[in-house]
Design a protein around this ligand. Structure first.
Ligand code: SIN
Ligand code: CO
Length: 383
């Protein structure tokens, strides 16, 4: 549970509206990962890592992309640098529980968990993000400065691969200690400087751009369109100006375009696939598949079933009240009587045997869980 956060008040007054500092959101918070482990991850090629250095010389900000050789960490200066590790929840299942604390926001909006380690005075520079973020102070103290005034396009550093604000004026500032958390809506300028060596976890939210949505939907939709569907004008009248494209034509074109977006069930199917798409799906391959009876025994024995956060699972309710389930970009075939188990699977990342017991008398339900397990979308946590 996040302490000192009234969810109703937060959603009504802060979410996508204004920053909120939550003191002791996670009282006595202890990071499940050490700075050394973070540095170790930065040497691996399966994870995205970056180092940002602040220099006295020009360019003031320098970006290095991982994976790094171990020796890079012994040659770094004592201060003014930071290490960023993206998608930490994908390698440390411990973070799934932390991500789940944000389940008052629909799971499809959650992106991933990024960790930063800062040496004293280390930062990524003043900047804006295009998505909402919760910044949880995991270790040590960091001073956060923010400014809610929109940043002018000409107020960004030039000729560097980072979008850093040239002139940043702090409007409000706080020192965050372990367990404190700062919520920032998209586009609020922020600048967080390590007061000593410290660690911060960013829980980021995805906000698909109009361009992404439109191009994905249209790409998929056009493959279904018959080439015989063509612009027609049997009502053509003699034109005064043969060189003009008339407003009647534009109205027809607009109607034609709009009509391509009128099928809601098509939009649902596409969006379910689009929003659950996960690029490294083969990470979830299972080596030893189980029969339903083996699966049931294992479930009884372990007492816990977990959906890792690398599995993006969402359901949609259709007009006839039937449910569609999408996992990592694929629509799943569903047998009758599986609606409730599908909802539970999508809504809760961790289920105990007791949570599931009442569902297990139904063969289709057990088949569903076993099949999902065999596809690698569920696991017994002790594995
Ligand atoms: C950081 O943790 O240093 C950067 C996080 C952010 O500003 O989004
Ligand atoms: Co940021």
């Amino acid at each position: 549970m996040i302490h000192n956060l009234n969810i109703k008040d937060f959603l009504q007054n802060y979410w996508q509206k204004k920053p909120l500092l939550i003191r002791s959101a996670f009282p006595d918070y202890i990071s499940p990962i050490s700075a050394e482990e973070l540095a170790g991850l930065a040497c691996e090629d399966f994870i995205e890592s970056r180092i940002i250095l602040e220099q006295k010389s020009t360019p003031k900000w320098e970006l290095e992309n991982g994976p790094f050789p171990e020796s890079r960490f012994t040659s770094l200066p004592k201060s003014h640098w930071t290490l960023l590790i993206q998608g930490l929840n994908k390698v440390f299942p411990e973070f799934d529980d932390l991500l789940h604390e944000f389940n008052f926001i629909p799971s499809w909006r959650v992106d991933d968990l990024m960790a930063s380690y800062a040496a004293p005075d280390g930062s990524v520079g003043p900047h804006i993000d295009q998505y909402d973020v919760f910044l949880l102070q995991a270790k040590g103290r960091r001073k956060w400065m923010i400014n809610e005034t929109p940043v002018r396009e000409d107020n960004f550093e030039e000729n560097i691969p980072l979008k850093i604000i040239k002139e940043f004026k702090s409007e409000t500032e706080w020192v965050l200690e372990a367990g404190d958390m700062l919520y920032l809506p998209a586009n609020v300028a922020h600048y967080g400087i390590g007061m000593e060596d410290c660690m911060t976890f960013s829980i980021g939210f995805r906000a698909p751009s109009y361009a992404e949505l439109l191009s994905s939907y249209v790409d998929e939709h056009i493959t279904d369109l018959n080439d015989n569907l063509r612009y027609r004008d049997p009502d053509l009248l003699p034109e005064q100006n043969n060189g003009e494209v008339t407003s009647d034509v534009i109205n027809k074109i607009q109607e034609l375009l709009i009509s391509q977006f009128s099928d809601k069930s098509k939009i649902k199917d596409w969006f379910g696939r689009f929003i659950t798409e996960y690029l490294n799906d083969d990470e979830n391959m299972v080596e030893n598949t189980l029969s339903t009876s083996e699966f049931l025994s294992a479930l009884k024995e372990t007492g816990l079933l977990r959906r890792p956060s690398t599995v993006r699972a969402n359901y949609l309710v259709n007009q006839n009240n039937k449910i569609s389930l999408f996992i990592n970009g694929v629509k799943q075939e569903l047998k009758p009587d599986t609606d409730e188990i599908v909802k539970l699977f999508c809504n809760q990342h961790l289920n105990t045997y007791a949570d599931l017991k009442s569902y297990l008398d139904n063969k289709n339900t057990v088949d569903f869980l076993c099949n999902i397990y065999n596809q690698g979308y569920l696991e017994f946590p002790d594995e």
